[in-house]
Design a protein around this ligand. Sequence first.
Ligand code: AHG
Ligand code: MN
Ligand code: MN
Ligand code: MN
Length: 321
Amino acid sequence: MISIEEKLKEQHTKEDLCLLINVILDTTKVIDYKVNQGALSNILGATSEVNIQGETQKKLDVICNQLLKDSLKSCGLVRTIASEEEDFVVEGHSGAPYIVAFDPLDGSSNIDINGQIGTIFTIYQARNDVASNSEEQFSQAGHAQVCAGYVLYSASTMLAITTTGPTSFYTLDKNSQAYVLTTDSIELPTQTNEFSVNMANSACWSQGFNNYINDLVSSDNRRGRRFNMRWNGAMVADIHRVLSRGGIFCYPTHFDTPQPSAKLRLLYEANPMAFLIENAGGKAYTESTRILDLKPDYIHQRVAVIMGSASEVDFCLGYLD
Ligand code: AHG
Ligand code: MN
Ligand code: MN
Ligand code: MN
């Protein structure tokens, strides 16, 4: 049994990065306890606040955001923090080596149904050419991440993480409270027969993307095999399934608004997931660009997302202009 601390050491991960990863993971253990307790922890239900995304914040969104923010601000290793639930960046410790962005609670609509939810995080080196309270700290391409990961709170609590090397899975041992290595190096199958998309949005999609999905499910079996569909409504859970057994996950552009729009956030959803997927041998694109080549124009920027098994992502992109 190898713990995350032991594995990071074995991989010669810098000591301050190990410490920072541990700060984040210790906080996810507190979140995990509250999630497990559910109604007994008084974490269910909504607040009366609306976040910068225009979403009503759930109690757990706010609690998880506060826990992560507090631990990152006090650890002395983080210069700047960005969160889905914070309008602006939060200043940490000036001169600290790293910046961290996170989605404190992913899959908010699953909280009150005892469904799958998660926490997504990403770490970059701090920039010395911009101020510690500047959003510009996060104007870095996704391939510059030094670590990305998520914790999935589900039947088991699991961590997926990459520190630029392979993507690995760890399972939280609730007895010892250690994240224990359970899959060392994930290799995504290149082919798949499973897709993940919110079909309720089909009226908003481009013709090209509609054609792709129609071909996956056509009765005349145009792809030569039958595809199945899965949608958890939490990116962490859907990407965990893709990393576990292959698949393609899509959240394409919507064309039902005056300007085309996307839902998922580049900095703390698309980029960390793209890093995990690529480091497991998969591909991650917007409809036109490799996600990891994009620098966020602002911290809450949204992008279309098509990621998963490499040859299926290529196939899907072939339908798009
Ligand atoms: P969050 O709960 O952090 O706001 O993220 C929700 C995101 C993502 O997790 C998921 O893939 C997607 O929204 C679900 O969207 P639908 O409402 O279309 O199911
Ligand atoms: Mn949200
Ligand atoms: Mn999310
Ligand atoms: Mn969230």
